[in-house]
Ligand binder design. Sequence first.
Ligand SMILES: Nc1nc2c(ncn2[C@@H]2O[C@H](COP(=O)(O)OP(=O)(O)OP(=O)(O)O)[C@@H](O)[C@H]2O)c(=O)[nH]1
Length: 200
Amino acid sequence: MSPAAVPVQVASSPTTRVRRIVLLGARAVGKSSMITRYVDDVFDDSYFPTISRTISKLLTFRGQEYEIQIMDTAGQDEFSIFNGRYALDVHGYVLVYSVTSKQSFDMISVIRDKILNFTGTDWVPIVIVGNKTDLQSQRQVSKKEGEDLAAYWKCLSCETSAKLGNNINNIEHAFELMMVEIEKSTQAVPEEKKDICLIQ
Ligand SMILES: Nc1nc2c(ncn2[C@@H]2O[C@H](COP(=O)(O)OP(=O)(O)OP(=O)(O)O)[C@@H](O)[C@H]2O)c(=O)[nH]1
């Protein structure tokens, strides 16, 4: 949505832990809109393709304060070359599709393969998010399809609407699920090592 690459700084204390999250998905699925809804609680109907930007937000999760740095990325297709920046010091991935587009749902599998190939691992913390649930009449991907894929990948999933942004279509919940996945993956790692690089 936003064409500008503007990092937003937030004040954090020495005890604040940093978690770096990347949103990836096909074009126009609502990645930027999700971030804007989450950080500023607003929604804009206009569409500007994203280049790249990082937004920070403070979050208290299980009694600990985190600065989550959310990287918004350009929409991907089959031919996009995976950008190494999307894996450097990254703690978790939110893979976004639109429930109105089967093609965008298929794309998140392509993107996951690229992440695993790049990182040389067979699992990374992922949350699958089906956005645009307000467009029910245009739905091409059922809720169950998203849940089945999440079960297959052993990750968490949810559906959202950046447009409505209410309790049912909760963007905040998607980021909380990401924290659950990240903390699950980092439980065995001493804290001093957590902020360096979790995915190698
Ligand atoms: N109805 C509806 N429209 C949405 C929703 N989320 C985003 N949109 C619209 O979809 C279009 C694309 O949204 P963006 O947030 O820019 O999508 P993006 O995934 O960041 O796009 P790229 O930068 O191309 O990757 C915009 O016109 C948004 O207003 C939603 O939940 N519901």
